[in-house]
Design a protein around this ligand. Structure first.
Ligand code: COA
Length: 206
């Protein structure tokens, strides 16, 4: 479904104009050459870009809200999130600025809008000594079933490979079938701190 046109997204010097999670960006032509462009046939904008979140700080707000409020898989960001002290605390400690060390956060941009994210992290499950881990996979509800989740997983695996790691883990209690279908193998069953029965998945990277 998705065709990768160019490899890894690296750019500097853009000018941004923020309007919530929608933004304008002007990217110099020479830098444009280096971007990852992916054609998604089902999407009307047709081309999406994968980027490091650290290159688009304007998107930190929407990404941290997705990750914070989707913890219980309810997909709802309350309108008064700016007055939610627990969210403010989460957002204040939210790290977004790495490319070559964890946590590395990726986003997908479609038509100047941030539509999905994933995080690569050293450890995502207390007490486990293996890693690295993939977590925080989220796609905006209006952009689901277009292959964007799969794309984020593929790009995450590519980055892990570039970092010299040979395996990647994740944990889920909601999307077990999703990961299985994309080649991840069941590795271990655990109980999370919140009491959920979690399945840990692993993928070998060659
Ligand atoms: C899970 C999620 C990231 C998938 O993203 P996406 O871009 O819609 O997924 P893709 O387009 O790559 O794949 C879509 C396919 O996966 C299936 N799928 C999506 N979520 C699924 C789930 N939780 N369990 C099983 N299958 C799922 C869809 O039904 C669709 O199947 P089809 O191809 O047969 O029609 C997205 O639904 C999401 O953000 N959900 C809320 C957050 C979440 O649950 N994250 C994972 C936590 S570990």
């Amino acid at each position: 479904m998705a065709e990768i046109i160019k490899t890894r997204f690296t750019h500097k010097g853009e000018e941004f104009k923020e309007k919530s999670d929608v933004f304008e960006t002007q990217i110099p032509a020479d830098i444009m050459e280096q971007h990852t462009y992916i054609r998604i046939e089902k999407l009307h904008a047709s081309v999406v870009r994968i980027a490091y979140l650290c290159d688009f700080p304007e998107c930190c707000g929407i990404v941290s809200r997705w990750l914070y409020y989707n913890r219980n898989n309810n997909d709802i960001i309350p309108p008064n999130y700016e007055n939610d002290p627990d969210y403010i605390r989460f957002h204040t400690g939210f790290t977004n600025n790495y490319r070559t060390k964890f946590p590395i956060r990726l986003i997908v941009i479609s038509d100047k809008k941030c539509v999905g994210t994933v995080t690569l992290i050293n450890n995502d499950f207390p007490g486990k000594r293996y890693g690295p881990w993939l977590g925080g996979l989220f796609v905006d509800a209006q952009y689901r079933n277009l292959g964007i989740g799969k794309l984020l997983l593929e790009e995450g695996i590519k980055i892990i490979k570039d970092l010299g790691c040979h395996e990647l883990y994740l944990t889920t209690h909601t999307a077990n079938r999703y990961y299985k279908r994309l080649g991840w193998q069941s590795y271990e069953f655990c109980k999370s701190d919140d009491g959920f029965d979690e399945e840990i998945f692993k993928i070998n990277i060659t």
